[in-house]
Every structure is written in structure tokens, then in C-alpha cells.
Design a protein around this ligand. Structure first.
Ligand SMILES: Cc1cc2nc3c(=O)[nH]c(=O)nc-3n(C[C@H](O)[C@H](O)[C@H](O)COP(=O)(O)OP(=O)(O)OC[C@H]3O[C@@H](n4cnc5c(N)ncnc54)[C@H](O)[C@@H]3O)c2cc1C
Length: 349
């Protein structure tokens, strides 16, 4: 969130400084763990309407951002195939009903595929799936590459970057680190879960995922498996035969390594999607916590000259371009801008 916002603010002519406890290249940010899915339709299964509305806007913003960044972010817009095993048909039907209920069914990007159409689109998928919902517009990117490309662009724009610098307090017009305080016209807090000491309502939602190298698997779409207990997805990296298998969602502020149960569930579900995953190598597992607020919706909280942006939950890459644009417009309009995303902004009385 911080990097995308900094980019937009610099484009609008602001002079920007970044304080980050991580190094510039890597770190513990949830952003480095994210699978990089930009899936506003699929997320409707569990997310509120504002996520969909902001997500659709971001889907259009990402290609523009990529052309400004002039870097390969591994961006792919091949869509998602939503499938379910026969025993889990109820979950598939429920998702379909949600699309109908939210009046998204008639959208041209939502397609129902028969078994034949599905096997034409993704021939290697387990043939027991007899139907799918194809969400044609959905996309994904490589989050590591994206973080690096944003850093390169920002450093090239002359930003002041205080890397490996822990911020102990944010205030209106002032940032305090362990060593000293720095005055600014505006302070914007995008610390994710790192902001918890000053935003008690924030909670961490644990997510675990696995990277597999699978030479025997050739999937070209994101696959989302409807399941009663978890939301399994497969995100192909299309280079190096790598696939991300994710992710658990556990209400716990727990950053410890992946559990045996989660590993077994993720791997067995991926094997059920494509038996070629049986021969895959486990490259790494990752665990992190998503920063969440009430209703799992993001919030921009304005407190005098301090803006706090948080609660991006499982949608940071999906939402950040839109939120960055909204906040920049609000600042550019001398605070008179009325955002079309009404639930996003709130002010401290
Ligand atoms: C397993 C998993 C899978 C995910 N998959 C997706 C996905 O497919 N698509 C998607 O859109 N989202 C996904 N997400 C969610 C996404 O990662 C988050 O929504 C997003 O990273 C939140 O962005 P943020 O900038 O608010 O927080 P973060 O990414 O956590 O960044 C916070 C930054 O603040 C810095 N910071 C924190 N505290 C301090 C401090 N005191 N001083 C200085 N710096 C500090 C950190 O170093 C970091 O750089 C996933 C998350 C997880 C855990």
C-alpha cells in the first residue's frame, strides 16, 4: 500500500519520504507472502460488495501502472476457473447464487462452462470436474517482482527512503523513530499489522501457502476450488513451472511456520486438482498474517494531518491501486473530494 501510494503521490508532485522497518529488497511485509491474485469476482464468495467495486477499478489500473513502471511484474490476465468436486457441489452452487444475487451473473466476464468447454479451456484439469465458472477478466501478478519494480521506480524518482527504520509512533505531521522525530506536512500510516499498537481494532488473520515446482503440470489459468473448509487456489507462475498453492485463513495473530494439517490439506487438494502435483517438489512454504478490520473491509481514517490506511486483509494487491488513487485525489482536492467508495473514508471526530 505504501509503495503504490508513494508512486501516485510523487506523480501528483508531492515530495515523499518512506520509513520502513524492512529492507528495500525484502522483509516481513504481508505483501511478500501474497499470491498476487487480482480476483474481484471470485472474492465475492466471501467478501463484501465494496471489495468487488474497488477491485474492478484496480483491475483496470494495473495495466496502466505496469506501463509506467516499465518492468515485468509477471502480470497475467488469463482468468480464473472456479470448480468443485462432486461432494462439494453445494459450495459451487452457493457461489453461483451469490453471483446471481449480487447481479453479477449477467456480466460478460462471467461464463458457465460445461465439462467439454472446461476440458478445452484447461485440458489437464482433473476430468471429474463436470462444470466450471470462468471469470475471464481476472488477473494475477508476481508480488516479489512487483515490490521490486515499485522500489526501483521510487528510488529513480528521488524519494527519501529510510530503510530498516522502525517507526515507534505516528502523529499528525510527525513520525517518531527509536532515534528521533521527523516533521512533515502530512503523515500517512500504511504499516499493516505493524500499526496495531496505535489501532487496537486491527487483527491478524493467518495465511499459509506453498510454492511447488511441477514440471508435469501445465495449467494456464488460476484455479479456485470451492470447498466447505477452505478456499484453495492454484496460481501458475508460467515461468519455471512454479505454482502457488494457497491459502489457509485462520483467525490468529500467529506467524509461526506452516502446520502439518495445513500442509497436508493444501497438498492433497492440489493433487485432487491435477495428479501431476504428486510429482512436484516443495520449493517453500510461507506464513504471514493479513491485516484486518471490522467486516474485513479496508479503511482510510483521517485524523487531522495523519492519514491511516489499513485493513486490506486478503486484498492488498487487488485494492491498493484504487485506494492510492482515492487518497491522492482527496489530498489534491484540498480535502473536498467525495469518494465514490463511501465505506472507505472516515474521520476522527
Ligand atoms: C498467505 C497470504 C496470501 C495473500 N494473497 C493475496 C492475493 O492473492 N491478492 C491480494 O490482493 N492480497 C493477498 N494477500 C493480502 C496482502 O498481502 C495484504 O492485504 C497486503 O500485503 C496488505 O498491505 P499493507 O501495505 O497494508 O501491509 P504489509 O504488506 O504488511 O506492509 C506493511 C509495511 O509496513 C512496514 N512496517 C510495519 N510496522 C512498521 C514499523 N513499526 N516501522 C516501520 N515500518 C513498519 C512493514 O515493514 C511493511 O513494509 C495475501 C496475504 C497472505 C498472508
Amino acid at each position: 500500500m505504501g509503495r503504490l501510494l508513494a508512486m501516485q503521490l510523487i506523480e501528483s508532485g508531492y515530495s515523499v519520504s518512506i520509513f520502513d522497518q524492512d529492507s528495500i529488497e525484502s522483509g516481513s511485509a504481508a505483501a511478500y507472502t501474497a499470491a498476487g491474485m487480482l480476483t474481484p469476482y471470485t472474492e465475492l464468495e466471501s467478501a463484501e460488495q465494496p471489495i468487488y467495486n474497488m477491485g474492478l477499478k484496480s483491475l483496470k489500473l494495473w495495466p496502466k501502472l505496469i506501463s509506467t513502471l516499465q518492468s515485468d511484474l509477471g502480470f497475467q490476465q488469463q482468468g480464473t476457473l472456479v470448480v468443485a468436486h462432486n461432494n462439494d457441489k453445494a459450495d459451487f452452487l452457493k457461489f453461483n447464487q451469490q453471483l446471481n444475487h449480487k447481479k453479477i451473473s449477467s456480466d460478460n466476464n462471467v461464463k458457465r462452462l460445461s465439462r467439454t468447454e472446461l476440458s478445452e479451456k484447461e485440458p489437464e484439469l482433473n476430468s471429474s470436474f463436470d462444470q466450471a465458472i470462468y471469470l475471464e477478466d481476472e488477473a494475477w501478478l508476481n508480488t516479489q517482482k512487483t515490490m521490486q519494480a515499485l522500489a526501483k521506480h521510487l528510488l529513480g524518482s528521488g524519494i527519501n527512503w529510510y530503510a530498516k527504520t522502525h517507526v515507534s509512533q505516528v502523529h499528525s505531521r510527525k513520525i517518531t523513530t527509536l532515534e528521533k522525530s521527523y516533521p512533515f506536512d502530512w503523515v500517512i500510516d500504511t504499516r499493516g499489522l505493524g500499526a496495531k499498537p496505535q489501532w487496537q481494532e486491527l487483527r491478524g488473520v493467518r495465511g499459509e501457502l506453498v510454492w511447488l515446482k511441477a514440471p508435469e503440470v501445465k495449467l494456464t489459468h488460476m484455479i479456485r476450488l470451492m470447498h466447505p473448509r477452505y478456499r484453495l487456489y492454484v496460481v501458475p507462475q508460467l515461468e519455471d513451472q512454479l505454482y502457488i498453492i494457497g491459502a489457509t485463513q485462520i483467525e490468529s495473530h500467529d506467524f509461526s511456520p506452516i502446520s502439518v494439517r495445513s500442509m497436508m490439506e493444501l497438498l492433497s487438494a492440489s493433487y485432487a486438482v491435477h495428479s501431476g502435483f504428486g510429482e512436484a517438489k516443495i520449493i517453500q512454504s510461507q506464513t504471514n498474517c493479513r491485516p484486518a478490520l471490522r467486516n474485513n473491509l479496508p479503511q482510510v481514517l483521517i485524523d487531522n494531518r495523519l492519514i491511516k490506511i489499513n485493513g486490506l486483509f486478503r486484498h492488498g494487491f487487488l485494492l491498493a491501486p484504487t485506494i492510492a488513487q482515492e487518497v491522492t485525489q482527496w489530498l489534491n482536492s484540498n480535502e473536498s473530494y467525495q469518494s465514490p467508495f463511501q465505506t472507505l473514508f472516515s474521520e476522527v471526530a
